[in-house]
Design a protein around this ligand. Structure first.
Ligand SMILES: O=C(O)CCC(=O)C(=O)O
Length: 230
């Protein structure tokens, strides 16, 4: 991996920054408890695009403090391209491999018109499986990735990028009700939850107009949050 090709991007020199208190810790934990109760029996680990159907997810993606932070990065007109719920059950083997949120087999996001948010509904730390990032990795641009099967990822949509162990990696603990904004090229991963309670987080890809390039040439239809012309 080279890290000198591009400028730092819009989020920060490191490629990520915290968003504090997009909701209260109590409200986030209450929502997490409901999700855990709903999904415990089947030990469901992922939910794709809950913002399309679930009121709780629609409320999160349009939370004023979160949207204001996103607008501070990509401008006033904001839509949601994708959401991804991850529940890490205690003791379950569930590693999300190194990946970049802005590129996959379906699309590529313009990193200057998009930003990823990972928001915590429970506390997430190194024990319970918080995100780990490679600071400044956005400077390398989008990197070649493997398919889910080839990267060893058994679950989730993450597409694995090979990251050398010698590269600086940083754990990013987040309290319930807070979150992290990431450059869509920032390398990140998460490990299994070795704690005692479920870890619940929602990944959101926010876009400004013109951010989405679909590989098949089709027109994208993100979910508008602010602005017109979507
Ligand atoms: O919730 C996690 O542990 C990782 C989720 C993630 O990295 C993603 O959805 O892009």
């Amino acid at each position: 991996m080279t890290t000198t090709a591009y400028a730092a991007g819009l989020v920060s020199a490191a490629g990520y920054r915290h968003v504090h208190d997009w909701t209260s810790q109590a409200a986030a934990r209450a929502r997490a408890a409901e999700l855990v109760a709903t999904h415990r029996a089947e030990a469901r680990e992922i939910g794709r695009n809950p913002h399309l159907t679930e009121e709780w997810a629609q409320a999160i993606v349009s939370a004023p403090r979160l949207v204001a932070a996103v607008q501070g990065v990509i401008g006033p007109d904001v839509a949601v391209e994708n959401t991804f719920l991850v529940i890490k059950w205690p003791g379950a083997d569930f590693e999300v491999p190194w990946h970049q949120d802005g590129i996959n087999t379906r699309l590529e996001l313009d990193p200057y018109r998009s930003v990823a948010a990972w928001v915590a509904l429970t506390d997430a730390d190194e024990t319970t499986g918080c995100l780990h990032v490679v600071p400044e990795s956005q400077r390398a641009g989008y990197l070649p990735y493997e398919t889910e099967a080839a990267s060893g990822a058994r679950r989730g949509r993450a597409l694995g990028v090979r990251v050398d162990d010698s590269v600086t990696q940083v754990a990013v603990p987040v309290r319930a009700g807070s979150g992290v904004l990431m450059d869509t090229r920032l390398l990140h991963c998460s490990h299994s939850n070795t704690g005692t309670g479920a870890r619940v987080g929602l990944n959101i890809r926010y876009v400004a107009p013109g951010a989405i390039a679909m590989r098949d040439g089709s027109s994208p239809s993100p979910t508008a949050i602010t602005g017109t012309g979507w």
